[in-house]
Design a protein around this ligand. Structure first.
Ligand code: HPA
Ligand code: ZN
Length: 316
């Protein structure tokens, strides 16, 4: 089994339809519009975000999150994953009345337990939601900055990239960076090359979530390679959300051949009928990567991981 590593998975997006239905039953919620024939149903990105929020609202306790993250990390470890960073969202916790401290505590317990049982290393990246606006993202950054946790090592931003301008979020990212958190940001998924360039200029990330639409501008691709920016590429997500029509037109190899550092990630796996193992399979079947090349992708991810150097050395 090829060793794997993942830098980009949203914990609220990792809830299986079966677990969502079980939570709905406990809380008397109706998911009949959302889970159809055992699969999530949504039509476009906005509908996807709504489904995502509805499912997240069914996770209301520390133990709900501990169980979710433990199940997710255990399944990753069984698939040969050595290292995983999960995006967390204190906004989603607070929307259900769960204290962000209890949320983080449950997730941290899961990371520690999964490591004790399987050896998998896990870290958390605090995120703000772009469609929540600059003030909400700044609040998320300030919470992360004011409540340091050894397993929260980065700050990022997810959500609807079509809203607001990256410069609006510069104060939030400055707060996170000044607190020693490492920076990634979603860009170049729902918007094009300019969105990636503006994110680089204003938010100064080391990594970009997705970033694939940088391919629309050769000068930007060159810049990504030169500045050694790492792309967290999520192939199944890109196809499911219609960012590219099919794997044949996906720019994974064009970016890699141009010298851009690329990694493989599952984003919100059950929503896109995927898993990290499936992303590696896609890279083999559709992008032609052999086992040595896949190991190289894992190495790139570990080199770009937001972890301490001792952990990195142990994993490499
Ligand atoms: N893009 C933006 N926001 C998200 C995503 C995504 O792919 N998944 C969960 N939140
Ligand atoms: Zn994402």
């Amino acid at each position: 089994m090829v060793p794997k590593a993942e830098l980009h998975c949203h914990i609220e997006g990792a809830v299986s339809p079966a677990l969502a239905l079980a939570q709905a039953e406990r809380h008397g919620a109706d998911l009949s519009e959302i889970v159809v024939d055992g699969a999530y149903r949504w039509t476009d990105f906005t509908a996807f975000l709504n489904v995502y929020d509805t499912v997240a609202a069914l996770f209301r306790t520390r133990d709900d999150y501990a169980r979710l993250a433990h199940d997710y990390l255990s399944s990753l470890a069984a698939d040969g994953c050595l290292y995983s960073e999960i995006f967390i969202s204190t906004d989603h916790a607070e929307q259900t009345g769960l204290s962000p401290h209890a949320y983080i505590d449950g997730l941290a317990e899961a990371i520690e337990r999964a490591k004790a049982e399987t050896g998998i290393e896990g870290r958390m990246i605090a995120t703000g939601l772009r469609h929540g606006g600059p003030e909400a993202v700044e609040r998320a950054a300030r919470f992360a900055a004011d409540n340091p946790h050894p397993l929260i090592t980065g700050f990022g931003m997810a959500g609807d990239e079509r809203m607001h301008h990256p410069k609006d979020f510069a104060p939030a990212f400055d707060i996170a960076r000044d607190a020693g958190l490492r920076i990634t940001v979603h860009a170049g998924e729902l918007a094009g090359a300019e969105s990636v360039r503006d994110a680089l200029d204003h938010l100064r990330p080391e990594r970009i979530g997705h970033g694939v639409r940088a391919i629309e501008d050769p000068a930007l691709v060159e810049r990504l390679a030169e500045e050694r920016i790492v792309l967290e590429i999520c192939p199944a997500s890109n196809i499911a959300l219609g960012v590219f029509a099919d794997y044949a037109s996906h720019p994974f190899n064009r970016l890699r051949d141009a010298g851009v550092k690329v990694t493989l990630n599952s984003d919100d796996p059950p929503h896109f009928h995927s898993s990290l193992a499936n992303e590696y399979r896609i890279a083999s079947d559709h992008f032609g990567l052999d086992d040595a090349a896949l190991k190289g992708i894992t190495r790139t991810a570990i080199e770009a991981a937001f972890c301490d150097d001792d952990t990195r050395t142990k994993l490499l």
